[in-house]
Ligand binder design. Sequence first.
Ligand code: AMP
Length: 404
Amino acid sequence: MSTLNKKSVDDFNAKGRRVLVRCDFNVPLKDGVITDETRIVAALPTIQKLINDGAKVILCSHLGKVKDGPNEGESLAPVAVRLAEKLGKEINFVADYNVTGEAATAAVAAMNEGDVVLLQNTRFRGKEETKNGEEFSKELADLADDYVCDAFGSSHRAHASVAGVTKFITEKGGVNAVGYLMQKEIDFLGNAVENPVRPFVAILGGAKVSSKISVINNLLDKVDTLIIGGGMAYTFSKAEGGKIGNSLCEDDFLDYALEMKKKAADKGVKLLLPVDNRIGDDFSNDCNIQIVPTGEIPDGWEGMDIGPATEKLFADAVAEAKTVVWNGPMGCFEMSNFASGTIAVAEAMAKIDGTTIIGGGDSAAACNQLGFSDKMSHISTGGGASLEFLEGKELPGVAAADNK
Ligand code: AMP
């Protein structure tokens, strides 16, 4: 059950309605060929449901960054072809770089119930899309009666096709709902953060403290145990007077690290940091390797992964948990000699009988690469979006959906 209680595709009658669906079709392309169709497959249940309901289904999405203006290389044309194959039905792709406009209006006007139209890459409208332009938002809304957002990975961005459009749909009395993918993200992440089954353990790693400041701060208000590994941990070690050699460190955040330690102590939250480290004398897989206690990294060496005692410490904490949220690898997992800490955490999570959530980005990549994906309860499709969720921020794309 969602704590956010947003209206979903199951909560309104879409028969005969023109429904604009914001998907995440931002698929990887190589020479015009889709190299990973995960996002297309993930979008199918919502689309199929609306087709079955007899809606006129108008799909839109961004693709790539579109830095140099509209171009064929970033057209959604290959998505239209693959999507039609997957759905087993014809899709009317409106190739017009204007996205909305006459061609789109004509295509929508010709639709019958159950038909599917795909609009062109929303980023072809440049800043009108990325700055939430009123005109483009209204043009999108003009094509439809109702709106469904199913693009969680874009929901932290106040873009026209994610946020702006909803205002105009509301003005004309339409419904703004979330699709099945969004619903799943909201349910897992929302429940974990707002209403977790305890003990609730969060694991943070990755390169930088600075990118996770608000996450650490917010999670300390929610969790029973906060585990910090990865490159971030060395800022904490240095703040306590430890020797960290050449390890990653953000000197501007030494005070912050101490503040967070104090906050954890004041709140009775267990804050676990590495007690030992795998260190290397060069940032490469085949460097010389040693294991040393935290705070004792010699000059010329750098911390590349957590050590075996820390792996056990972290795994034991995870073993007791009923809810675990993980964002950020424990070390340089891309190098096989420094993947052990990240594997240990993934293994520990895979074993528990509780809810395990991977917060997208690098931890999702690590899980895939190391073969643990099917062992987790939920792997978020949005790295940036799930981090903002964990920071306690209201995501524009989620906020814009109607409450039930
Ligand atoms: P982030 O994007 O902040 O989640 O960082 C992910 C990256 O952090 C990965 O590419 C890891 O290789 C890197 N990383 C993790 N631990 C360390 C470390 N001890 N030293 C350098 N890089 C690290």
